[in-house]
Design a protein around this ligand. Structure first.
Ligand code: FAD
Ligand code: FES
Length: 523
């Protein structure tokens, strides 16, 4: 049994429960380094690894543990079959850039494989094929169109008339040389390799102030550095620009036992629900992970929606039922052993933001907007950001430039997503509370309560004690919403999330909500 699991929600993923995360000392003195990296998810650790190997002094800070953010809640498909689809990327960026995008993800999978071999990381890495099949809502020739665009982008792909495990589908796109691994084991391997190459990692260390000169921690220790990389999934140092260009989505996962050998190791995805009004069409993603002598786990994900926004009247905690139903209808699963959710950032134009932080000094870098392809985007960042730091040309610099702006090319859906944000910002001032009194909050319920003109988020635990937080998100003042699945206060504007006691677990907010604890007798 793994102890003291730190993670950004209530539910524990299979990865966190099967591999103990590495813990380091918090930073307790002022230091100087060449590059400071905030965030020890796959992005920060991969960038740190490549920099340390290239001879740079590297310090990595994380206020949790390595992999305790969204990395520990992933499903770890490593793909060139990009979830924003080549048709869409080619439409927005042209054929040449679609080729560059394909190349960057291919190189990223190769680099992960190379690191695993070189550093002898035993993380169940396997090359597998991936199968994309049509969602019932999609155009009849959706696969043919995607095949043509993917071939133009130089992807290893072909149409097949059957696919493993899904006899009802009579065609699919088969993507060659995809891969999968156990993310917890990979993260621990990266940490060991970083130590070997002289990098320093500090955990339980919150970066409170980040500037072009370095970082100041919550405890007022300073890391002075020549270069600053913010790898906090959504950048906590960028207040505005980036957050108008991407939307946070919650996505859901179940992991169910399946008899060993019933299905080959492979990746499966459908093309997504085209009837959804959201920019990112919710799609299903499935893989197999080894479990024990008799069973594997079938890990199935999907049912995405914009964070804090309940679409189709299905609250967060009920999403797993739909996911399980969809999975059982297709795959011979037994009991569900794990379920968890996580957050992905979808950019307006289907490409990540990796590079210099817009409207900042040239030595401050960010990596965000990784969509459902964050494992490879992290690894692309590990090839791109070190080149930028060293002043070397990189073929993907322009492609992933965080300063690019394609709002109108991105089209109506993205603008609609963002109109939602403007509405929420406005509602921050006019928002009607759920209740007028703390007494009305029932057990295991979270509500917005207005008292003396101030809005609070109030959650009553199963013993009857009240946990109250200020309801106004410190990022840009939207009102947070209760997520009854992960027991968190989620901001519908840009995806900041807070625990029951107000601790920030997802940016862009970088401060906690004020917390008040009242025993049962008080209310
Ligand atoms: C359910 C789910 C399924 C997914 N499936 C896939 C998949 O199959 N394939 C794929 O490629 N991608 C997938 N993704 C996406 C991928 O997992 C993520 O994009 C990726 O893990 C993000 O890594 P990161 O390092 O950027 O962020 P994180 O892992 O979130 O790391 C950021 C770190 O920064 C730390 N931090 C934040 N603020 C501060 C601060 N102020 N001071 C100090 N530390 C701070 C946090 O503690 C955290 O550890 C999935 C995501 C989810 C949620
Ligand atoms: S995340 Fe931006 S206002 Fe809350």
């Amino acid at each position: 049994m793994i102890k003291d699991i730190k993670t950004s929600g209530n539910h524990i993923s299979f990865w966190s429960n099967s591999e103990q995360a590495q813990e380091y000392h918090p930073l307790r003195k002022d230091i100087h380094t060449d590059v400071v990296i905030v965030g020890a998810g796959i992005t920060g650790l991969s960038i740190g690894y490549m920099l340390a190997k290239r001879g740079h002094g590297v310090v990595i800070l994380d206020d949790g543990l390595p992999g305790s953010g969204e990395t520990g809640r992933t499903t770890a498909h490593l793909v060139t079959a990009l979830d924003d689809r080549y048709r869409h990327i080619e439409h927005l960026h042209g054929a040449e850039k679609a080729q560059l995008a394909a190349e960057s993800h291919r190189e990223a999978i190769n680099l992960i494989e190379e690191i695993i071999k070189k550093e002898q990381i035993h993380c169940d890495f396997e090359r597998v094929s991936g199968y994309l099949f049509r969602h019932a809502s999609d155009e009849p020739d959706a696969l043919e169109k995607e095949l043509e665009a993917a071939i133009r982008a130089g992807v290893d792909v072909q149409m097949v008339d059957s696919l493993p495990g899904l006899p009802s589908e009579n065609k699919a796109l088969e993507f060659g040389r995809q891969a999968q691994f156990h993310i917890g084991k990979y993260i621990n391997g990266l940490c060991r390799a970083l130590e070997k190459h002289g990098a320093k990692i500090y955990t339980s260390t919150h970066a409170k102030k980040i500037s072009h000169e370095g970082v100041e921690t919550e405890e007022s220790f300073v890391v002075k550095s020549n270069h600053i990389v913010v790898a906090t999934n959504t950048p906590v140092n960028n207040r505005f620009v980036i957050h108008t260009k991407q939307t946070p989505y919650r996505t859901y996962v179940i992991a169910a036992k399946i008899e060993k050998g019933v299905l080959p190791k492979a990746l499966w995805w459908d093309t997504g629900d085209q009837s959804s009004a959201n920019t990112a069409k919710p799609y299903h993603y499935v893989r197999i992970q080894e479990l024990d002598q008799t069973h594997d786990l079938l890990i199935s994900g999907g049912e995405d929606h914009i964070t804090g926004v309940i679409d189709n009247n299905v609250p967060e905690e009920n999403r797993y039922m739909a996911l399980e139903k969809w999975t059982r209808e297709r795959f011979p699963i037994r009991e569900v052993s794990y379920h968890w959710s996580g957050q992905v950032m979808e950019t307006m134009d289907a490409l990540a933001f990796i590079g210099r932080n817009p409207m900042d000094k040239d030595n401050v870098y960010i990596a965000t907007g990784d969509s459902g392809n964050g494992m490879t985007h992290a690894t692309i960042a590990a090839m791109l950001i070190p080149d930028l730091i060293e002043g070397k040309a990189n073929p993907w610099e322009k492609l992933y430039d965080p300063g690019r702006f394609k709002l109108f090319a991105a089209g109506g859906n993205f603008i609609r997503d963002n109109m939602g944000v403007l509405t929420e910002l406005f509602r921050g001032y006019t928002h009607h509370p759920d209740l007028q009194s703390f007494r009305e909050v029932k057990k295991e319920e979270g509500k917005i309560v207005e008292v003396n003109g101030e809005k609070y988020g109030a959650y009553r635990d199963d013993s009857g004690n009240l946990h109250i937080v200020t309801a106004i998100c410190p990022h840009m003042k939207c009102v947070v919403k209760w997520n009854n699945d992960e027991d968190s206060w989620d901001c519908p504007c840009h995806g900041s999330r807070f625990t029951i006691d107000g601790k920030v677990v997802n940016g862009p907010a970088n401060e906690n909500l004020q917390y008040f604890h009242y025993p049962l007798e008080k209310f």
